[in-house]
Design a protein around this ligand. Structure first.
Ligand code: SAH
Ligand code: MG
Length: 215
């Protein structure tokens, strides 16, 4: 008998769709599919997301964690990327801590994960990605890169985190725009680096690219 393929519960999908953030529904559904595939290819290894914001993509990925008997580390300093700051396109004024005048998406993130019932399987890592990445040693079954989209942050995330993806594991990259008119270059550049480093493309939905790590 073949084991049953997990199905994304509609309550969790609804929670992901309702959450604040930057993850189109078809791409979120593809993230769930990719996470389930990763758990089959390299069972038991944790997943890690770089860039959670208010927890939207986190719900899609986190929903796959209990279904596949693993956990999701959700990494973000919760101070926002450049494009989330005041004066930029993706700024939400109500996500600023008025006492310190800095973005703080952690309370909203926590609430999103609580409401989705995922506190048991989503573990927040609150801090700067390269600071933590330099000390990380645990192999990953699934890595999702959606943090800082500038040249240095994107390439640093690629260099620090990708080596932790287990052979046959999954790397997903968001905001990959082959056409420069559609968006910034760095996520596309690190996607090309991954192909160059032997990752193979498995799925492309919108600006999401899902790749398999070399065996
Ligand atoms: N995946 C989210 C969107 C992420 S937006 C969604 O589905 O909506 C990018 C996030 O990366 C922001 O929340 C920002 O705080 C975080 N980020 C940017 N640079 C970072 C760094 N150096 N360390 C940790 N988080 C960072
Ligand atoms: Mg994104």
């Amino acid at each position: 008998m073949t084991p049953a393929v997990p199905v994304l519960p509609s309550s969790l999908r609804d929670a992901a769709i309702a959450a604040r953030g930057f993850m189109p529904t078809d791409e979120g559904d593809a993230l769930w599919d990719a996470a389930v595939e990763a758990a089959t290819a390299v069972p038991g290894l944790p997943m890690l997301e770089v860039g959670s914001y208010c927890g939207k993509s986190t719900v899609w990925l986190g929903a796959a964690a209990p279904a596949t008997d693993t956990i999701l580390f959700a990494l973000d300093h919760h101070r926002g990327s450049e494009e989330n700051q005041a004066g930029w396109e993706h700024h939400d004024a109500d996500l600023v801590d008025p006492e310190i005048g800095r973005m703080d998406t952690l309370p909203t993130f926590r609430r999103t994960i609580f409401d989705a019932g995922l506190e048991g399987t989503v573990v927040a890592l609150v801090g700067d990605s390269p600071t933590l990445g330099r000390h990380w040693t645990t192999p990953l079954g699934f890595l999702f890169i959606d943090g800082g989209h500038g040249h240095d942050p994107a390439h640093r995330d690629y260099e620090l985190w990708t080596p932790h993806v287990a052979p046959g594991g999954t790397l997903a990259i968001h905001d990959v725009f082959p056409n420069p008119d559609d968006g910034g270059r760095p996520p596309y550049e690190i996607y090309l680096r991954a192909l160059d480093d032997g990752f193979t493309e498995r799925r492309a939905v919108g600006s999401l690219r899902v790749l398999t790590a070399p065996a």
